[in-house]
Write a protein that binds this ligand. Structure first.
Ligand SMILES: *Cc1c(COP(=O)(O)O)cnc(C)c1O
Length: 398
């Protein structure tokens, strides 16, 4: 059959030399996946086992990223989601039903807390928020209908390091599944499965991505039935990921070790410098004894990353803390940490069940700038406080 030029646009007869090899995983794009014959058509999601069926379930680019994260986290199965928050919601959608109860630490990532309060509640799932440092006393909060214990270590913003093995032992004794948000440790500085976790997720957006230019999440499990439930939910929720973003994350993986090691050193130096400043009440860095749960970090983690918080002494108003942040020149103000540029965000803690840091807490994400210049930047910004700002008169949240 001779083909018109119009048909040739879709069905060319060109050939290319074979044998091309590079170090880079190609970006395989595709919604449609070609089946060899009519009888082979199937809409199953578990492509790792049965081969390719549809772009929604991944292309070789995303399957390679998933497999590499799985290998790093010593899991058995990893699936990718469009962001860290969608990994969180997918876990809840997959593993919960109306009438179930979950336990979530008060230090959990904000949108995870909101998911419980604003959405799971509508579907008949109840949540008890627990003290992140509760340890094995979690047993007293487990109800007959408790299905999941969420953990995040260290917690978002207030940085409490959790006794995950104790939480896991107490939960497993009652048949409850333990989930960990392992984003701070990039999935590598804390070995989730060795410490009793059943489901681990991370925002790949953060350290694996590493350059503030993509959004992805991952969920990793060892258990076959958890994988089946998560995969089936992922199909109907429709968690598509971009192969281009996966390609960037694969690039990020190659430099993860050197970036982590650089931000670990820099963040520690800055945290120690802040700890001896007269304006600072407390530095919440897991590797410093002033951080709640520091002993669990020491026991369970193989290192620290570049995100930590510090709390000013009482005295300054919220406006004065904001002026300090605004005076920083190298630190930019923004969410989604773990990129190469340092960030600072001031928080006001309004949950009275959480530590009373009021409006005095600032979270830093340390990037790859010179440590000396980052310290100098903080030092010059501290001069914006009025001379008698730290009079110890107690903070207000005005
Ligand atoms: C950023 C973050 C998430 C969410 O990740 P996104 O990719 O932004 O959706 C989840 N957990 C923690 C601890 C995070 O810091």
């Amino acid at each position: 059959m001779s083909k018109s030029w119009q048909t040739r646009l879709m069905h060319p007869d060109v050939t290319l030399p074979e044998g091309y090899r590079s170090l880079v995983t190609p970006v395989y794009r595709g919604s449609t996946t070609i089946f060899p014959r009519a009888a082979a058509v199937t809409d199953r999601w578990d492509q790792e086992r049965i081969g390719y069926t549809y772009g929604l379930y991944g292309t070789p680019t995303s399957l390679e990223l998933a497999a590499r994260i799985c290998e790093l986290e010593a899991g058995r199965y990893t699936m990718l989601t469009p962001g860290g928050q969608s990994a969180i919601s997918l876990i809840d959608f997959a593993l919960l039903s109306a009438g179930d109860h979950i336990l979530v630490p008060r230090s959990i990532y904000g949108p995870n807390r909101l998911l419980s309060k604003a959405l799971l509640a509508r579907f008949g799932v109840t949540t008890t928020f627990y003290d992140p440092l509760i340890g094995d006393e979690i047993a007293s909060l487990i109800q007959p209908n408790t299905r999941l214990v969420w953990t995040e270590s260290p917690g978002s913003v207030t940085m409490e390091v959790q006794d995950v093995p104790a939480l896991a032992r107490a939960s497993h004794a009652r048949g409850v599944t333990v989930v960990l948000d392992n984003t701070w440790a990039a999935g590598v500085l804390f070995d989730a499965f060795a410490h009793g976790v059943d489901v681990t997720m991370q925002a790949v957006t953060k350290y694996i991505g590493g350059h503030s230019d993509l959004l992805l999440g991952s969920i990793t499990v060892r258990d076959e039935s958890l994988y089946e439930r998560l995969g089936a939910a992922r199909q109907v929720v429709g968690c598509a990921v971009s192969p281009d973003d996966c390609s960037l994350a694969l690039r990020g993986l190659q430099t993860l070790a050197v970036r982590l090691s650089a931000v670990e050193d820099s963040a520690l130096a800055i945290a120690r410098w802040l700890a001896q400043r007269p304006e600072v009440e407390r530095v919440l860095h897991p590797a410093l004894p002033s951080c709640p749960g520091h002993e669990f970090w020491k026991r369970d983690f193989s290192g620290s990353s570049g995100v930590f918080s510090f709390v000013f002494k009482s005295g300054p108003t919220r406006g004065q803390v904001h002026s300090f942040v605004d005076a920083l020149r190298l630190f930019k103000v923004g969410y989604s940490w773990a990129g190469t540029t340092s960030l600072a965000v001031a928080y006001t803690m309004s949950d009275t069940a959480r530590p009373r840091y009021d409006h005095r807490l600032v979270r830093l994400s340390i990037g790859l700038e010179s440590t000396r210049e980052l310290i100098a930047d903080i030092e010059q910004a501290l001069t914006t406080f009025p001379a008698k700002a730290f009079d110890g008169s107690g903070g207000t949240t005005k």
